[in-house]
Structure formats: C-alpha cells, structure tokens
Design a protein around this ligand. Structure first.
Ligand SMILES: NC(=O)C1=CN([C@@H]2O[C@H](COP(=O)(O)OP(=O)(O)OC[C@H]3O[C@@H](n4cnc5c(N)ncnc54)[C@H](OP(=O)(O)O)[C@@H]3O)[C@@H](O)[C@H]2O)C=CC1
Ligand SMILES: Nc1nc2c(c(=O)[nH]1)N=C([C@H](O)[C@@H](O)CO)CN2
Length: 241
C-alpha cells in the first residue's frame, strides 16, 4: 500500500507553516489528498486551499477544541491514510508564566492532542488492510537528553515518545505508529547570528538541513510494511559530538 495508492487523505496537524507546510505541499504535489489543521490563518493556508488541501481550523489548547476538530475531519472523510502529529509549541520556562501554566500547555499540545486524536481517528485508520495506515508523532532529540531551558517541553515530548510504543502495540498490524525525533532542522526568524553559528556546530554534519530531511523520512515510513513502534532520529550525529 504506497502513499498515493489510497484516496484516503493524509492529515497534518499544524500544517500552516514550516515543517507541516512543507509536508502538505509535498503530498499535494503527488496528488495525495491532504487535510491540515491550522490555528493561525497564515497566507500559506489560503495557498494550500488553492492547491487542493482541506484546511480546517483547530485550536488544541482545550480538549473541546481537539474534539471539535476531530468532528470536522469526520465530516470531510470516512478514512485516513495517515495522521502526522506535527502541531507543537517550543515553550521555554519563563518568568512571564508559571511552571504550572508551562507544563499544562506542553502536555496539552504534545500529549492530550495526539492521545485524544489517535483514539478519535482509530475508526478512520482501521479497516483498510495490513500496514495500510500510519501515525507519526513528532518528538525531539531532547527526549533522550533532557533540557535545562525547556523542561516541560522535553518531558511532554518524552511522554509522546512513549505513546508511540503503546499505540503501535494497540493498532498493529493495520496501522504503523512511529516517532520522528529531530534535532535542529530549521531556524526560527528570531534566531540571531551567534545562535545560528553555535547551532551549526552542535552536530557532526554541521548543517541545519531544512524541512526536506523530515519529508524524506516521512515518505520512508509511509512506504514501509514493517517498521513500527520506533523512534527515528534526524539529528546529524549530534549525540556523538
Ligand atoms: N524546527 C525544528 O528545528 C524542530 C522541530 N521539531 C518538531 O517538529 C515539529 C514541527 O516543527 P516546526 O515546523 O518548527 O513547528 P512550529 O513551532 O512552527 O509549529 C507548528 C505548528 O503547530 C501549531 N500549534 C502550536 N500550538 C498549537 C495549538 N495549541 N493548537 C493548534 N495548533 C498549534 C502552530 O500554529 P500557530 O502558528 O497558529 O501557533 C504551528 O503552525 C514539531 O512537533 C516540533 O516540536 C523538533 C525538533 C526541532
Ligand atoms: N514546535 C517546535 N519545536 C521545536 C522547535 C520549533 O521551532 N518549534 N525548534 C527546536 C530547535 O530547533 C531545537 O532543536 C534547537 O536545538 C526544537 N523544537
């Protein structure tokens, strides 16, 4: 069952910018139906609609918002080829918000959202044959190391990493469930020259590769009939630095 052999859409959460947007354009270019969630209606969302994507509002900061989004998806399709849990916020601990607020926000987007959506979408993912559907969790290199500045973020991504193995056991062999653990893939606009220079030195490969490194791995996972329950690092050899 290849990627484009199914008319079932690939669902990408947080598809309005950066990695999610690159994934959406990649699949649309292969005539693979795409549904994205967006919270902010960037110009890129209208462009995706012009390219044929179904773009649905989704604010996952409450469980009600998650359930409302899932209900919209079910009105637009009766099957899913894949769910890519890309939506995320990289929140650091800050004096401007309490540790309780930071932890709650990180668990909400990185644990509540994938956990609830996986349960809500299970009927759309099942029923299409062996290895016919995929779930991909986007975690982070920091799952294995921790982080002194993004403590709640790292802990929530570690929980998401564990959800990968649980859902792989629950949904096999119809649905494969994998995680992708990137290190630095792309900069943020506010990253200054010093930060960028330091970041380039953090991996063995000494590059910040951009979204296509993730696109390539997603394609590989979707085309596999055997790989499931694993975390796949995209980190330029950073642990060996
Ligand atoms: N970029 C990198 O170098 C790395 C990325 N990753 C992971 O890869 C994935 C993609 O990264 P990247 O493209 O940088 O992600 P971004 O930080 O650009 O965010 C992706 C999307 O998530 C959406 N989002 C955040 N919070 C919510 C919410 N509560 N409800 C609904 N949508 C929400 C954002 O919407 P809005 O814009 O409206 O806020 C945004 O469009 C993420 O899971 C990230 O953790 C991991 C390591 C490195
Ligand atoms: N949701 C996001 N998660 C992460 C981002 C991001 O921009 N959005 N960025 C990073 C950094 O690139 C980090 O890997 C640098 O060491 C991590 N997670």
């Amino acid at each position: 069952m290849g990627i484009t052999s199914s008319a079932r859409p690939i669902l990408i959460t947080g598809g309005g910018k950066r990695i999610g947007l690159a994934l959406a354009h990649h699949f649309l270019a292969k005539q693979q139906p795409v549904i994205i969630s967006y919270r902010t209606r960037y110009p890129a969302v209208a462009e995706l609609e012009q390219a044929g994507a179904t773009c649905l509002f989704g604010d996952f900061s409450t469980n009600q918002g998650i359930e409302q989004f899932a209900a919209q998806v079910k009105q637009h399709c009766n099957g899913l080829r894949a769910v890519l849990h890309n939506a995320s916020a990289w929140l650091a601990e800050s004096p401007h918000s309490s540790p309780a607020q930071t932890l709650a926000a990180m668990l909400q987007i990185h644990v509540n959202t994938p956990y609830l959506l996986n349960h809500l979408f299970e009927p759309l993912l099942r029923g299409h044959g062996h290895s016919s559907a995929d779930i991909i969790h986007f975690t982070d290199y920091v799952v294995e190391r921790g982080s002194d500045k993004h403590i709640a973020y790292a802990a929530s991504k570690a929980a998401l990493d564990n959800l990968t193995r649980s859902f792989a056991r629950k949904l096999a062999p119809e649905v494969k469930v994998n995680a992708i653990a990137p290190a630095m893939i792309m900069f943020n606009e506010q990253d200054d020259a010093d930060y960028r220079k330091e970041a380039l030195n953090k991996s063995l490969m000494k590059i910040v590769p951009g979204e296509q490194e993730i696109v390539l791995l997603v394609d590989y996972l979707l085309n596999s009939h055997y790989v499931t329950g694993r975390t796949h690092a995209v980190d330029g050899g950073r642990p060996l630095r």
